[in-house]
Design a protein around this ligand. Structure first.
Ligand SMILES: *Cc1c(COP(=O)(O)O)cnc(C)c1O
Length: 373
């Protein structure tokens, strides 16, 4: 392995990025410079376009911090004092939204689903019919805990029928799955710089329905994460209220250009799908078993069960793979022992080949033989 090459990141972010994305950061640029303001304007325009929304109806707002900051910005800014939030939970990220509501004393109820199943739409209908207090519904699109893809279009239809505001955490899927926010009735969609757009960490972005955003002026429960105030400043002056991650934004701009060059969201999703399929078949050939049933699996990240072998130890497995240039991810499940392999980022067939060889060698070194079905 060449010493200059970083390890390949088979994680849910931060991810492996292209050399040109990294190179685009080798600059100093003032946050009030017209060139920077133009760059931010262009990024915001491109994001609305990627979400298949019109600039008349939708806007995009960039929020400093990691993805969680963007979600907390939405949760703490858009629910009025007399509002009530319903969260559909089938993993750790849904759980995190519930925690946010609790921290800020926002009335919240949970539709809890098993981690290997998508939410029950009929149950959602019943809850929204019975509890007229519910004003907002939040769900995670790709629940990165397992890699399950929740049916946000079908959920959105029910949410709209009950006149609720629809919030989607599409952190790990936006840029790799087509999500027409306007067509699917999504009022607020949150994603971040360092997932499927393949930028570097530093900020999140929110696609917002202007009609839903306008009335929330003054309802924020924090100063720094005030979504409306952030929007207002970006619209008025093109600037941020507080120091922006200038280099991360330059990298993101380059990443958006490269997304276009690749052929847009469809082509990127196709590359990730191929990577996920190669990894899956290679892993199954070695005897690994996935946590999710095929119908629920997406192509963002796959959870594999620990091998049923007393020689297996995740930390050793992880370290040996890392020594061979491949970084995987631990599991995050409450009930099953799993590890995860991400399929997103600037990865190709050669990286997959290296990963599968590394796993095969590591199993031999750890004297683990798996029963192959
Ligand atoms: C990555 C991720 C987040 C945000 O994580 P940060 O570490 O704050 O960037 C939120 N939700 C989902 C589904 C994610 O995959």
């Amino acid at each position: 392995m060449n010493s200059w090459k970083d390890k390949a990141l088979f994680t849910p972010g931060p991810l492996t990025t292209s050399r040109t994305v990294k190179q685009s950061m080798l600059r100093d640029l003032g946050s009030r410079d017209t060139q920077f303001i133009q760059l931010v304007f262009e990024i915001r325009r491109r994001l609305v376009h990627l979400a298949h929304a019109s600039l008349e109806a939708y806007t995009s707002i960039i929020m400093q911090g990691s993805g969680t900051f963007g979600i907390e910005s939405v949760i703490t800014s858009v629910i009025p004092a007399d509002g009530k939030l319903l969260v559909l939970v089938n993993g750790a990220y849904g759980e995190r939204i519930v925690q946010m509501a609790q921290v800020h004393h926002i009335p919240v109820i949970v539709l809890q689903c098993p981690e290997d199943q998508v939410p029950d739409i009929q149950l959602l209908r019943e809850i929204l019919t019975e509890d007229q207090q519910i004003s907002h519904v939040a769900v995670v699109h790709c629940e990165t805990t397992t890699g399950i893809i929740n049916p946000i279009q079908a959920i959105g239809e029910v949410v709209k029928k009950h006149d609720c505001i629809f919030i989607v955490d599409a952190m790990s899927s936006f840029g790799a799955y087509e999500i027409p926010v306007e067509g699917w009735g999504i009022d607020f969609l949150i994603s971040s710089s360092n997932k499927c757009i393949e930028g570097v960490p530093g900020f999140s972005f929110i696609l917002a329905n202007k009609k839903t955003l306008s009335p929330v002026k003054g309802s924020a429960r924090t100063l720094a994460l005030d979504l409306y105030a952030q929007w207002e400043e970006l619209e008025k002056t093109g600037q941020f209220r507080f120091t922006p991650p200038v280099q991360a934004l330059m990298a993101f701009n380059q990443a958006l250009i490269e997304l276009d060059e690749e052929g847009g969201i469809i082509a990127r999703g196709e590359r990730y799908r191929k990577i996920s399929e190669s990894i899956l078949s290679g892993m199954q050939d070695m005897g690994f078993v996935t946590y999710l049933d095929p119908e629920n699996r997406g192509y963002i990240i796959t959870s594999f069960r620990y091998p049923d072998n007393s020689n297996f130890n995740f930390n050793t497995f992880y370290q040996k793979l890392s020594d061979k240039g491949c970084v995987i991810y631990p599991g995050k499940l409450s009930r099953a022992d799993c590890f995860r392999i991400g399929h997103i980022g600037r990865l190709d067939d050669a990286d997959v080949f290296v990963l599968l060889s590394a796993i095969r060698d590591t199993l031999n070194e750890m004297k683990i033989e798996l029963p192959v079905s």
